[in-house]
Design a protein around this ligand. Structure first.
Ligand code: NAP
Length: 440
């Protein structure tokens, strides 16, 4: 028998569990830990609430959870309730699938000003992550600035732009829906330090911006590269650039009935967030330097200007949370590893291994390859006590473990309190989740 502990119940964790089941069938026991009492990580609190078709992948993870040799161990934080070293004593392999839940710091002067948020916090707010549910962004100003040209920047811009009606069928949490409904946003500026050919936005997500009820995208045709140069792009990127070209061709008449201008400001590198002396610590603008490309890199031209900003959301990527005693690669924001191997018996997978890149599906081959390596390393296993040892320790420590059947009670309660048309109204406080699980 092999005993595997997976830390993190997002896509990387579940694909690893699935791979372990395929590899060993009944000859493996898998415990999937999560610090929250609810599973699915990024699927629940990262993927945009209006992208329910993407979120539906949780059903596949549920199938894995319901197999006899897999347990969900929620409400247990590794590093606080139990150490990695203790887990290593109990399990043949410990796999860190903790994702990249923290914002990469942009390092701009003024980043600490009021109403300036990293995307992890802002996305966590509208998705009901308990750590960010109380974020309370002030949406009463006209100008929003979103920094970054990736899919998260698109998510944030779209969520800021949508009307209440456009959230029908989504599971955006009530506090965010109400705040967004009362928002006074008129201008959303998406700052990209490079140009249209360098965007990290995928066509489906970009295309959605062209179909918003009250917002219309705007691109300065002068920012577009020569059309012939598109031939050098890979097909997906060419589609995205085509959409950007389409936005540049939208006639002014089309904007007349739109109340939000959604502007792509390319070749625009943020230099500082301004505001400290003006409004007692709140952001009022972003100082930007015009750039040009040199060998694909953004180089400042010395020309600066100010983009007004009442709220700033910085969407420049994420990093993994370090865990005591686990080697960490600061520069890349992930665990130090060689093909997923960190130390004997300790592995990482998904964003915790490679940094925040790729799609949810990228984690599937990642999970299968780490299980291949673990199989090479542990052979028939059999030296560790596994989950029974954890259960004993949890009891000694008085941990309130939330298992999968407990989560199903939380899920049922969330579904039951959903507003009409929405699949669920998430609990946003851990104590509410524990209560709904009947463990209060
Ligand atoms: P990302 O794709 O890495 O994009 C980060 C963006 O931030 C890039 O445009 C980058 O520009 C910019 N940036 C980085 N440092 C900067 C700085 N100092 N100043 C200005 N701009 C800076 O990251 P992400 O958007 O957070 O997405 C993370 C992952 O999740 C990606 O794989 C993404 O595709 C995925 N995701 C997918 C979906 C979906 O499929 N629906 C939704 C959300 C996220 P440079 O290119 O110039 O570095």
């Amino acid at each position: 028998m092999r005993h595997i502990a997976i830390i993190g119940s997002g896509p990387a964790g579940f694909y690893t569990a699935e791979a372990a089941q395929k590899q060993w069938g009944e000859a493996v026991r898998i415990d999937i830990f999560d610090m929250l009492p609810v599973p699915y990580g990024l699927i629940r609190t990262g993927v945009a609430p209006d992208h329910q078709s993407i979120k539906a992948v949780y059903r596949r993870y549920e199938t894995t959870s319901l197999s006899g040799n897999v347990r969900f161990i929620g409400n247990v934080m590794v590093g606080r309730d139990i150490s990695v070293a203790e887990l290593q004593e109990l399990y043949d392999a410990v796999v860190l699938a903790t994702g990249a839940p923290h914002d990469k710091k942009v390092g701009l002067p003024g980043e600490e000003l009021g109403n300036v948020f990293g995307s992890a916090a802002f996305v966590g707010w509208y998705n009901g992550h308990p750590d960010f549910a109380a974020l309370g962004p002030d949406l009463s100003g006209k100008n929003a600035v979103v920094i970054g040209n990736g899919n998260v920047a698109l998510d944030v811009a779209r969520i800021l732009a949508k009307t209440r009606e456009e959230f029908a069928g989504s599971d955006i949490v009530a506090h965010a829906l109400d705040a967004l409904e009362g928002a006074k946003t008129e201008q959303i500026t998406i700052l990209g330090r490079r140009g249209p050919h360098q965007i990290a936005m995928t066509p489906k997500e970009l295309g959605e911006l062209g179909h918003l009820t009250r917002a219309c995208p705007r691109v300065d045709p002068a920012d577009l590269p020569e059309e012939g140069e598109d031939a050098l792009l890979e097909p997906g990127q060419r589609k995205s650039v085509n959409l950007i070209r389409g936005f540049a061709a939208i006639p002014e008449s089309h904007r007349e009935d739109k109340s939000i201008d959604l502007e792509f400001d390319f070749f625009a590198a943020p230099k500082a967030i301004l505001g400290a002396n003006v409004t007692g610590g709140r952001a009022t603008g972003v100082e930007v330097e015009r750039t040009r490309l040199e060998g694909g890199r953004a180089v400042g031209t010395g020309e600066t200007y100010i983009v007004p900003a009442d709220i700033v959301v910085i969407c420049i990527g994420y990093q993994t949370s370090p865990i005591d005693g686990v080697p960490f690669e600061e520069s890349a924001g992930r665990f130090a590893n060689l093909d997923g191997r960190i130390l004997p018996g300790l592995y990482c997978v998904g964003w915790a291994r490679r940094g925040p890149s790729g799609t949810i599906g990228t984690n599937k081959p990642d999970g299968f390859s780490i299980i291949g390596r673990i199989a090479e390393d542990i052979g028939a296993g059999g030296r560790k006590v596994g989950g029974e040892g954890f259960d004993a320790l949890a009891q000694t420590r008085g941990l309130k473990v939330v298992g999968f059947s407990d989560w199903k009670k939380i899920e049922e309660a969330e579904n039951a309190r959903a507003r009409e048309g929405s699949p669920r109204e998430k609990f946003v406080r851990i104590v509410e989740m524990i209560e709904a699980a009947g463990k209060g």
